[in-house]
Design a protein around this ligand. Structure first.
Ligand code: G
Ligand code: MN
Length: 268
C-alpha cells in the first residue's frame, strides 16, 4: 500500500463516479490511552479503492473533492460507513470513534445539526464521536472556527486538532477555542525516536495542552522508546505502527476482543 501518491490524473468525473459507486473503504487505527492503560478508541481512515489506479490516499482525493465541490457527498459516505462499523462491531461503542473532516465542510452552518441527526438515527452517543480537523484547515477557517467548534460541542461532539505542528502556528488561536484534543503530527512522533528536538517539542505541547485542559495525542509512534518517552512526559494518547497499523473493519473488531493482551505488552 503506497502512502505517497504522486498524483495520478484523476478527473472530477472519476471522483463523482467513485462516490456514487461507493469505491471507498475505511481502515481503523487504534488509539492507546496511557491513563486507562488500554484501548481508547479508533480513528477511521478513508481509502479510495480505484478500479484501475489502485488505492488512493486521502491527501490526494480530499483536496480534489474540495476543489470540485464533492466534499459534502464524500463526508456523508464516510460518516455512513464509519457509523455502520461502529454500531455493528461488538464492544466498539464503549470506545471513541475519530473521523477526519474537511474544515470547509464543518464551517457549514447546518453541519453540527446534520451530524447530530445522523447520530440520533443510528443511536450513537455524540460524545463518543471525535471530529478531527487539521491545524491548517482550522487556520484557513479562522473566522468561523469558534462558532463551528461551539456548535459541535453544544451538540455533544468532541473536537480534535489534527496534524498539529505542521500547519503554521495556531497556538494563539487554540487558546480561545473549545478543543478536546491536540494530535501532534505523525512526522514528529516518527522523528522522536532519534531527535531530541522532537522529544522536547512533544513535552512542550503536553504542557501547553494541559494548561488549557486539552488532551494531547502523538501519532507516528513506531518504537518502544518513543512510546515510553511519551508516557513519561504525560502524553494522553498514542497512535502508531508500534501499536497497530490501520486495519480493516473486521481486523479492528478482532483487535477489540484481544486489546488487553495487545496493549499489555507495550505498557508493562
Ligand atoms: O495524520 P493522520 O494521523 O490522520 O494519518 C494517518 C495515516 O498515517 C494513515 O494513513 C496511516 O497509515 C499512517 N500512519 C499511522 N501510523 C503511522 C506510523 O506510526 N508511522 C507511519 N510512517 N505512518 C503511520
Ligand atoms: Mn486524523
Amino acid at each position: 500500500m503506497s502512502e505517497e501518491n504522486s498524483g495520478p490524473s484523476i478527473t472530477q468525473a472519476d471522483l463523482q463516479a467513485g462516490i456514487a459507486q461507493r469505491q471507498f473503504s475505511l481502515c481503523y487505527q487504534p488509539k492507546l490511552d496511557f491513563e486507562l492503560l488500554n484501548l481508547k478508541g479508533f480513528e477511521a481512515l478513508a481509502r479510495w479503492d480505484h478500479p484501475t489506479l489502485g488505492q488512493i490516499m486521502p491527501n490526494v482525493f480530499i483536496p480534489l473533492a474540495e476543489e470540485h465541490g464533492l466534499v459534502g457527498r464524500l463526508t456523508e459516505l464516510v460518516v455512513d460507513m464509519a457509523f455502520k462499523w461502529f454500531k455493528t462491531t461488538p464492544g466498539a461503542q464503549t470506545h471513541t470513534l475519530s473521523i477526519n473532516f474537511s474544515a470547509k465542510r464543518l464551517s457549514n452552518l447546518d453541519f453540527a445539526y446534520w451530524l447530530y441527526e445522523v447520530c440520533r438515527r443510528a443511536a450513537i452517543r455524540p460524545d463518543s464521536v471525535i471530529l478531527e480537523v487539521t491545524e491548517a484547515g482550522m487556520l484557513e477557517q479562522r473566522l468561523q472556527a469558534h462558532d463551528m467548534f461551539d456548535r459541535l460541542r453544544s451538540q455533544g461532539f468532541q473536537v480534535a486538532v489534527d496534524d498539529f505542528g505542521t500547519g503554521g502556528n495556531s497556538k494563539l488561536m487554540i487558546q480561545r477555542l473549545p478543543i478536546n484534543e491536540l494530535k501532534i503530527d505523525k512526522s514528529i512522533g516518527i522523528e522522536a525516536s532519534h531527535s531530541q528536538e522532537a522529544r522536547a517539542y512533544i513535552k512542550s505541547i503536553v504542557e501547553f495542552g494541559h494548561s488549557l485542559g486539552i488532551k494531547v495525542a502523538v501519532g507516528g509512534v513506531e518504537d518502544q522508546d518513543t512510546l515510553n518517552y511519551c508516557r513519561s512526559v504525560g502524553v494522553d494518547f498514542a497512535y502508531g505502527f508500534l501499536i497497530s497499523k490501520p486495519m480493516t473493519g473486521e481486523e479492528a473488531a478482532e483487535w477489540i476482543l484481544h486489546r488487553r493482551q495487545l496493549t499489555h505488552k507495550l505498557l508493562f
